[in-house]
Write a protein that binds this ligand. Structure first.
Ligand code: SF4
Ligand code: SF4
Length: 214
């Protein structure tokens, strides 16, 4: 989580377990935190966080583990796994949200701003998130522009929370196609001001589908 400095934000987030780790059955708490932090860094979360923080949206705000000029003093699995509406949308739209959630479901003991994750535990599924930094860059540009337009105080933060809520709701209606399509429409409407992102996403999805086809 966040609320700290942009450096801290980026450290909180992201790499993917590489091929060699896919057979690993036991992993340390510290290793999964690092995997998450590296993955988010590669995904470009720092770019989005810096706009969000500038606009008062830091998710570390008020946390007792946040120390001025130091950052987070309690790196934990919970805050590493947690995604806000912007990051959730980034993974959702690019098709990597299930991968992220599936990986973190294996990690026990997650709580709020701290964890009770054991030092060693079983991990069967690796985390594979490709480099989507260009998408993050585009989303950060959109957020910057929207914030500059001053449509309303805290507009982008409200947008973040609405997107978050809608994506979460999708998980609760897996067997209800009508409700799902209604929520998907909501997400489309909410994300419609992300023009740079949508353009970059089209190119990303196109290049991915042509890679798969070859
Ligand atoms: S423990 Fe607090 S300061 Fe650290 S990442 Fe979580 S919310 Fe932020
Ligand atoms: S709410 Fe999201 S974008 Fe904002 S600082 Fe936290 S993780 Fe970054």
């Amino acid at each position: 989580m966040p609320g700290t400095t942009s450096i801290d934000q980026s450290q909180r987030h992201s790499q993917s377990i590489d091929e060699s780790t896919s057979s690993v059955e036991y992993m340390s708490r510290q290793a999964v935190i690092q995997i998450g932090v590296d993955a988010l860094n590669e995904a470009g979360s720092d770019l989005i966080c810096s706009i969000c923080i500038k606009n008062g949206g830091s998710c570390c705000s008020g946390c007792s583990f946040l120390v001025d000029r130091v950052g987070c003093t309690n790196r934990n699995t919970s805050c590493t796994a947690w995604l806000c509406g912007f990051l959730k949308y980034l993974f959702y739209a690019s098709g990597h949200l299930q991968e992220w959630e599936g990986f973190w479901r294996q990690v026990p003991g997650q709580g709020f701003r701290e964890d009770r994750t054991p030092e060693l535990f079983n991990v069967k599924k690796p985390l594979r998130i490709p480099n989507i930094r260009r998408l993050s860059e585009a989303l950060a540009n959109d957020l910057q522009e929207l914030a500059a337009q001053r449509i309303a105080i805290g507009f982008i933060i409200t947008l973040r929370d609405k997107i978050d809520k809608n994506i979460d709701q999708l998980n609760h209606c897996k067997n209800d196609p009508r409700k799902r399509s209604r929520i998907e429409r909501n997400i489309k409407v909410l994300s419609s001001p992300f023009h740079h992102f949508q353009q970059e996403l089209r190119e990303y999805l196109l290049s991915n589908s042509s890679t798969c086809a070859t």
